[in-house]
Design a protein around this ligand. Structure first.
Ligand code: LMR
Length: 391
C-alpha cells in the first residue's frame, strides 16, 4: 500500500524541531517550537501539577473508562476557566480532546459534517496546522488580513474589510490571545467590532485559545472570547492546557460550544470522540480538574503562571533593549507591546537560514520567534546576531 506513496512534508515547526535536535552545537538556541523555558533553560513540571499528580497517584483506584466526552468535572472547570460567568452552563456543550490540536480538529470536523458548504476564515498569517487540518478535511478556506509589519500591530481595517465578505454560517477562526505567530492581539474594541460583524453577517466565531494566562492574565486573556460568548448565539472554542499548565505531552484540550441546542451539540461531540479515538485521555485532564477544584492548588498554579508570564515579558523587554542598543534604533520596540510566546521578527526566509546556520539561532521560517526560549545569558548574543543579519 505504501510503496508508491510520498509521505507528507512535516510543517515548518515540526521540521525545525528535527533540525534543532540534529544540530550538535552546544550553544544552539531554540526559539522555534512554542514551549516555555524558565531562565535556567528548563521546561519544568509546575509544582501545582506535581502536587495534583501525587494526589491522583494516592487516591485513584481505577483506570476504568470515564465517559466519551471526558469527566464532567473537568469540562465544567474548563468552562469556568475560559468563560467565567459570561454564559449560563445550560448553553455550553463540551467534550475533552487530546490537546488543543484535537479540539481544533473536532470543531472543524463537526463543521465539515454539519456545514460542508461553510468557508473557514483564517488570519494571514496563522498557526500552520490550521490550514493543514482544514485542507485535510476538504473544507473551503479563505484568509483575512491580520498583521501590519510596518507597525508590528493589528491591521484592523484590513481584517474587518476582509471579514465583511464572510457569509452566514461561515466560520471565523480567531486566536483568543497571544496570536500565533504574530504576538499582535485584538483590543476590546476590536473584539466588539468582530462581534458586531458576526451579528451582522451571521458568521460564527471559532476561537482557538491555547495561551490563556500568557498574555495579560487569566481573566484579561479571556475577555475577548467572553465578549463574543455573551453577545452571539453561537460560538465555538478549542482550548489547550499544554502551555498554561505545562502539560504538553499529556495532551489536554477541550471543545466548548455555546448554543441553544446544548443536548444535541453534546451528542454530536461525544459521537465525534467515539469515532476518532473513543475516550479522550484522562490523566492530564484530571490534573487540571483537581487543580481548579482545590483553592490552594489553584492559587499555587495561578502564581506559577504569573511567574511564567513575568519571565516572558522580561525576556521581551530585555531583548527590545538589547536590540535598541545593537541597532541604535527603536525598530524592534514592538516586541515589548506583543503578548505571549511569539513575535514575528521581520526576518526573510534566507535571513532565518543565516541565523540558524551561522549563529545557531533557530527561528521558524516565517521569522517567528518564541521569546520564552530566550534566557538572560543568550539575549545579548541573539540581539547582536539579529542586528547583524537583519541590518
Ligand atoms: C507552536 O506553535 O509552536 C506550538 O503550538 C506547538 C505546535 O504544535 O505547533
Amino acid at each position: 500500500m505504501f510503496e508508491t506513496v510520498t509521505p507528507p512534508e512535516p510543517d515548518k515547526i515540526i521540521r525545525l524541531m528535527g533540525m534543532f535536535a540534529a544540530d550538535p552545537r552546544p550553544d544552539k538556541v531554540d526559539l522555534g517550537v512554542g514551549v516555555y523555558r524558565s531562565p535556567d533553560g528548563r521546561t519544568p513540571v509546575m509544582a501545582a501539577v506535581k502536587a495534583a499528580e501525587r494526589g491522583i497517584w494516592e487516591r485513584q483506584e481505577t483506570k476504568g473508562y470515564v465517559s466519551l466526552s471526558g469527566d464532567p468535572g473537568y469540562l465544567d472547570a474548563m468552562r469556568r476557566l475560559i468563560l467565567g460567568d459570561a454564559v449560563p452552563a445550560a448553553r455550553v456543550a463540551a467534550c475533552g480532546t487530546p490537546g488543543g490540536t484535537g479540539a481544533v480538529r473536532q470543531v472543524l470536523e463537526t463543521v465539515r459534517r454539519l456545514r460542508p458548504e461553510a468557508t473557514v476564515w483564517i488570519s494571514d498569517p496563522t498557526w500552520p496546522n490550521h490550514p493543514a487540518i482544514i485542507d485535510h478535511l476538504g473544507q473551503a478556506r479563505r484568509t483575512y488580513r491580520y498583521y501590519d509589519p510596518e507597525t508590528g500591530g493589528l491591521d484592523r481595517d484590513g481584517m474587518l474589510a476582509d471579514l465583511a465578505e464572510a457569509k452566514a454560517g461561515d466560520l471565523i477562526l480567531l486566536h483568543g490571545c497571544c496570536h500565533n505567530p504574530t504576538g499582535a492581539d485584538l483590543t476590546r474594541a476590536d473584539w466588539q467590532a468582530v462581534a458586531d460583524l458576526c451579528a451582522r453577517t451571521g458568521a460564527i466565531p471559532f476561537v482557538d485559545t491555547a495561551y490563556q494566562g500568557f498574555g495579560d492574565g487569566i481573566e484579561a486573556d479571556a475577555a475577548g472570547v467572553r465578549l463574543l460568548a455573551a453577545t452571539l448565539p453561537e460560538v465555538l472554542i478549542a482550548a489547550s492546557c499544554s502551555k498554561n499548565f505545562g502539560l504538553y505531552r499529556e495532551r489536554v484540550g477541550a471543545v466548548l460550544i455555546m448554543t441553544d441546542a446544548k443536548a444535541a451539540a453534546d451528542g454530536v461531540l461525544a459521537g465525534m470522540n467515539r469515532q476518532n479515538y473513543a475516550f479522550p485521555p484522562d490523566h492530564g485532564a484530571r490534573v487540571v480538574q483537581d487543580i481548579l477544584s482545590d483553592a490552594g492548588l489553584e492559587a499555587q498554579w495561578r502564581a506559577e503562571l504569573d511567574e511564567m508570564r513575568t519571565v516572558m515579558q522580561g525576556n521581551r523587554a530585555a531583548l527590545a533593549a538589547a536590540l535598541r542598543e545593537a541597532t541604535g534604533s527603536d525598530r524592534f520596540g514592538y516586541l515589548g507591546a506583543h503578548r505571549g510566546m511569539f513575535s514575528l521578527i521581520g526576518a526573510r526566509p534566507e535571513q532565518v537560514d543565516i541565523l540558524r546556520e551561522t549563529h545557531g539561532i533557530y527561528l521558524v521560517g516565517d521569522g517567528r520567534m518564541n521569546v520564552a526560549g530566550l534566557t538572560p545569558g543568550v539575549i545579548p548574543r541573539v540581539a547582536r546576531a539579529l542586528a547583524e543579519v537583519l541590518a
